[in-house]
Design a protein around this ligand. Structure first.
Ligand code: PPE
Length: 304
């Protein structure tokens, strides 16, 4: 990570190197942190944040699920995200708001800890490597996605990412780029940090929210594109073998963007080209860069 100049902490910008917390911070020990991942892009109107309102709405909902009182309104956090982009050199950047139980008390009851809120940003290139041409090689994980009866998967809580990290490490150790997690019912859920889409016989589909996935904002963007492009689209469950026999597969996520999958567990995907994925990826690229008027409502310019 290349250092930027400022981080927003509890209401004010502080120098990058001074954005520190104590090693006995409660959230570090018990995973009590909720976060967001947002991107800003360079557009004809300068730097603009993509779907800021939706990301902050999810952030507020994550906090609500974990009974965290942030002490800042959604509007204040949106403004702070814009301030972070304005006050740092990287304008095309990844923005990370995080709220966590702070230093002072230990023990499993998080309600006695003060909540801290911080927002950092940095340049984050191709999350899954250079996938634009080649495509990602993925493997179905032996780790099952955390079940929403055990952990609320709609809350973007740091603790959920221990499950993601296990799947990611396993995939990398086996020589793959990314993992695909099934849920406790044995059907496809999502990647460690992405949602998943498939195309079969010219029908685009993605697992429903009820399959225990994070309801991705990029997923929502893709669903909107599918409507506008008049693709046949369904939310339905898929089994592992349905993935293997798909015509096209791609991941969607803020960090990953639209990332084509070219192989799953040694089975090649997309023999006959990837026309659906390519159309979605092109439209996504235009939308985030302010080159598709229809979607300009999703961009919040940060101002000079
Ligand atoms: N599922 C999971 C589990 C997930 O973490 C993400 C985002 C998504 C789906 C896609 O959601 P959205 O970004 O709203 O389209 N993962 C974030 C964190 C990745 C990381 O490595 O950190 C992200 O992409 O920002």
């Amino acid at each position: 990570m290349k250092a930027q100049s400022k981080i927003w902490m509890d209401g004010k910008l502080v120098p990058w190197d001074e954005a520190k917390i104590h090693v006995l911070t409660h959230g570090l020990h018990y995973g009590m942190a909720i976060f967001e991942g947002i991107r800003a892009f360079w557009t004809p109107e300068g730097a603009a944040i993509f779907r800021l309102r939706e990301h902050i709405e999810r952030f507020m909902n994550s906090a609500k699920i974990y009974r965290m009182d942030l002490g800042f309104s959604a509007k204040e956090i949106e403004k702070a995200c814009m301030e972070v982009v304005r006050n740092n050199p990287a304008k095309e950047c990844y923005i990370r708001p995080i709220a966590f139980t702070g230093y002072g008390e230990m023990g499993l009851n998080p309600l006695t800890s003060k909540i801290s809120v911080a927002i950092g940003s940095w340049e984050w290139g191709a999350y899954l490597g250079d996938t634009s041409k080649k495509g990602v090689r993925a493997t179905v994980s032996s780790w099952v996605r955390v079940d929403s009866r055990a952990m609320p998967v709609q809350a973007k809580c740091s603790a959920n990412y221990a499950n993601s990290a296990l799947a990611k490490m396993e995939a990398l150790a086996a020589g793959y780029d990314e993992a695909i997690l099934l849920n406790t019912h044995g059907v496809v859920a999502e990647g460690p940090g992405e949602n998943i889409f498939r195309v079969k016989d010219e029908i685009l589909s993605t697992p429903p929210a009820s399959s225990g996935i994070l309801r991705g904002i990029t997923r929502d963007t893709v669903i909107q594109f599918a409507r506008d492009l008049k693709f046949k689209f369904y939310r339905n469950d898929a089994t592992k073998e349905e993935l293997y026999t798909s015509d096209e597969i791609f991941f969607s996520g803020t960090a990953a963007g639209i990332a084509k999958v070219r192989e799953i567990d040694g089975r090649r995907i997309g023999y006959d080209g990837t026309p659906f994925t390519d159309k979605i990826a092109r439209l996504y690229d235009q939308a985030v860069h302010g080159k598709a008027k229809r979607y300009s409502k999703w961009l919040t310019p940060v101002g000079a």
